[in-house]
Ligand binder design. Sequence first.
Ligand code: HEC
Ligand code: HEC
Length: 319
Amino acid sequence: MAENKNNPSQVGDTGHVWDGIRELDNPCPRWWLNSLWLSGLIVIVYFILYPSLPLINDSTKGLLGWTQIKEFKEDLAKVEAIRAPFETQLAAMSAEEILADQEMLNYAVGSSKVLYGDNCAACHGTGGAPAEAAGYPNLTDDDWLFGGSVNEIQMSIANGRAGTMMAHANLLNETEVDQLVQFVVDSSNGTANEAGLALFNAKGCFACHGADAKGIKAMGSANLTDKIWRFSGDEEQIRHTILHGVNDASDPETRIAVMPQWSEKVAIMLQVRADAIADEEDLNDIDWSDELEGDEAERLTETEIKKLAVYVYQFGGGQ
Ligand code: HEC
Ligand code: HEC
């Protein structure tokens, strides 16, 4: 073979000649052929050891019985074994206790990232700060519609929220609307506007926004005296809110502001507990079979909601 390479005239040819160039019949190099046979062998070994042939509903199993899903489940089991003690402990703690315990807090925050990303980020933004035009409340500022204690946040998540303000298009004349828009702008700038305040009270705005226009948590009515806007500080936008209201089904141009409910069950439990605490009753005396029907909707579990409340709280805006 070696001498053939140097002397093409001694090699047999294929009989093909193009433009005076003869196609020789050299054998392939040995190393190349060996690799070819070896790769064939590897295919056969893999074929026998691992799942290979697709059948109608399944595939051949392979001698090792390996599957990707099995490997994934084994890894998952390892992670869960590490998490289990934390999860058990977490389930027994209140959100406030978690906040006070650095180790549990770290765990709760770390394990909530995916939960938040999957369920909340679409509306509230990855870090709790949505794009302004999206129309969702910012969870990182110190301004809360429904309250920023970890318990109130928990209630917001469990029960969902939807503040309502009726459309005022038919309740006010044009001058009154102008005056109220001016009043809202002035309030946010800290400028007194006596006439506007009188109208604010006369038209019943105070009933929801409070006599000081700072908002009432129980209603989720926005604070009108700060520069943090639920919707927008633009005069036209303020006018739009006053004319068409928020979540007023009778007005097609109303602003829609609905936070979905994540667990009816947890919402009821939080309410029953809060009432029991307010009435100074013993929490251990609560008869849950009596309070819960058992078929309450639950998109997230109690522990998940607790974790998320802690997660949102530590965005920096919790009170
Ligand atoms: C479909 C969009 C949407 C999703 C998904 C969503 N939210 Fe909301 N969320 C809202 C809206 C809208 C409001 C404000 C409701 C209002 O203005 O009355 C809100 C309000 C809140 C509030 C109260 C804020 C305040 O100022 O008092 C909290 C806390 C909150 N969301 C947390 C969460 C968490 C945690 C999740 C994930 C489990 C989540 N949200 C998922 C739309 C959403
Ligand atoms: C029935 C209760 C109710 C009444 C009455 C009411 N509001 Fe509201 N208003 C709300 C709620 C609740 C919100 C916040 C909606 C949300 O985010 O879910 C709001 C939001 C607003 C906003 C938006 C603030 C922002 O930060 O973007 C303005 C402006 C406003 N109201 C002005 C008024 C004025 C002026 C009146 C009187 C004409 C009035 N409201 C009467 C409940 C009410």
